[in-house]
Structure formats: C-alpha cells, structure tokens
Design a protein around this ligand. Structure first.
Ligand code: ZN
Ligand code: ZN
Length: 276
C-alpha cells in the first residue's frame, strides 16, 4: 500500500500551517506521495479560498519543496477548484499538476450572491431558505446538476467530496439518501463521471472534523462506483498536519470489503492504479 493524499490545505488558504509542516508530518507517517491542493482563488468574496495575490508564491513554494525533498517524497502541486458559471479555468495555469473539482457555492440568481453549500448548519439553512425556499429537493438537484455541468464543461482530474451536501445531514435531518430522487441524482452524476475519466476521492475530512462517521461519498455510492468501473483515491482533505492520515486504515479496510483492489494516484508523473 502506498500512503498518499492529493487533498491538503495550508496557511495559503484555510489550513493552519506552512506547506512544509504538512510534508514533515507526511514523511513521519510514511507517505510516499503528497499533493498540495489550496482552494483556488474565486471571483467573489470568500474566507476559505487563497487570494489571487498569493497564487505565484504558492506555486513557487511547492516547486522549492519538490527540489528540497526530491528522493524522499514525491510532491505534486494541485488546486481544489470551485466550479460555478463564469469561473476561472485553473487547469491550464503554469505549475499546476492536477485539479480537484468541487462545488462549494451555488449562485442565487435573484440576488447574485454565491451561497455556501458546505458551511456550518446555520449557513446551510440560510442557503436552503434564501436560495431554495426551504425545498431540499431543489437544492440537492441544483448541487448534483452543477457537478454534472462541471464534468461536461471543465472536467477536473479528481472530483472532491462527491456528496458533501450531506455534511449537515446527520440522522437524516434534511433528506434521506434512500429517497428515489436523491439516488437518481447521484446515479445520473456517476454516469457522467464514468464517461469523463475522473477519479472519485474517498475523503476522510468530514470525519476528522467531527461532522460524521462516514467518508464522502457514502458506502452505497462507493459500491455503485465499483460497479461502474469508476476509479477512487483515498484523501484526507487535511487542514492540520496531524490529520493527514486520519481514518486511513479504516477506509482502506472499507474499500477492500466493498471489493476494491486498487486506488488511482499520480506517481512518476502518471495517473496509475496502485494496490490498496
Ligand atoms: Zn472542499
Ligand atoms: Zn479541501
């Protein structure tokens, strides 16, 4: 098993430490490959995203770290990119090795405000009320619809926390994943994923931050991904250096139990399947 993550944050965005602190922790924990994925700048106000003025420094710092740690750990420079109509295409920027595509915001057409989808409970309820008249079904459809649009218009290498919309849905507070409409939205999205050659990440970040006991996406979605030959990769989405392998052992066990033999990672500058 090759220990890796392609989803990590730092002081460049909403993480808490220098890039190098995450690497030092990764090396200590036996990681062989490490990808940085700062939240790419967006065209509206956001507390989470890297500011545009830091982009060059971010790329330069990761390049320096690649040199410094050459032969010790493989390092890649990624970005967690937001997709929304009119967003910047970060895939084509110099120095970017890969992108993780995410939907964190949805635009309220009436007000022009970009509303967060995976904030805290109060923020989620505000989005639900202001953007969708408290109709959870419309919110779910808008979320998965925007993922499908991203996959068709600007497919990333990796799709971030596919069902992050369940972040505040503990005990089915807002919706039931077994509802027909919910399953249909997910399965329609998986069909597009299977055609787009995108990797679905198995993200332990929600568990590390105490929001849930399950990864993104849910087990039944991972079973469906296996049926549809969709590749997966295990990522920690760590904001703190100590959490970079949080819940990894359990997730590897879960994936093997479902029937996965491989995860797909970037190594030797190529996307390849490696044994779990
Ligand atoms: Zn994210
Ligand atoms: Zn993230």
């Amino acid at each position: 098993m090759i220990k890796s993550t392609f989803h990590s944050h730092s002081r460049f965005d909403d993480g808490c430490d220098e890039l190098e602190a995450y690497l030092i922790s990764a090396i200590a924990k036996g990681f062989k490959v490490f990808g940085f994925s700062a939240h790419a700048p967006v065209i509206f106000e956001s507390d989470w995203n890297m500011k545009l003025g830091f982009f060059d420094e971010y790329i330069q710092t990761t390049e320096l770290l690649k040199e410094k740690y050459s032969g010790i750990i493989e390092i890649y420079t990624g970005l967690e990119t937001d997709y929304y109509p009119g967003c910047i295409d970060w895939r084509v920027k110099n120095g970017v090795d890969y992108t993780i595509g995410a939907i964190h915001f949805i635009k309220n057409d009436a007000t022009g405000v970009y509303m967060p989808l995976d904030g805290n409970r109060e923020e989620f309820e505000e989005t639900l009320k202001n953007g969708f008249d408290n109709d959870i079904c419309s919110l779910v459809k808008a979320y998965y619809g925007q993922i499908r649009e991203m996959l068709m218009k600007m497919p990333p290498n990796i799709i971030a926390h596919l069902d992050v919309i369940k972040k505040n849905n503990i005990n089915g507070r807002y919706f039931d994943e077994e509802d027909d409409y919910y399953r249909e939205e997910v399965l329609k999205t998986l069909e597009i994923i299977s055609l787009s050659n995108t990797i679905v990440e198995v993200n332990t970040g929600g568990i590390a931050r105490g929001y849930m006991l399950e990864p993104y996406p849910s087990k039944w979605i991972l079973e469906a991904c296996l049926d549809m030959d969709i590749p997966v990769m295990v990522n920690s989405d760590s904001h703190h250096p100590d959490n970079i392998d949080f819940y990894y052992e359990e997730i590897h066990k879960l994936l093997k139990k479902i029937g996965y033999k491989y995860q797909r990672i970037l190594s030797g500058n190529k996307w390849r399947n490696v044994k779990l």
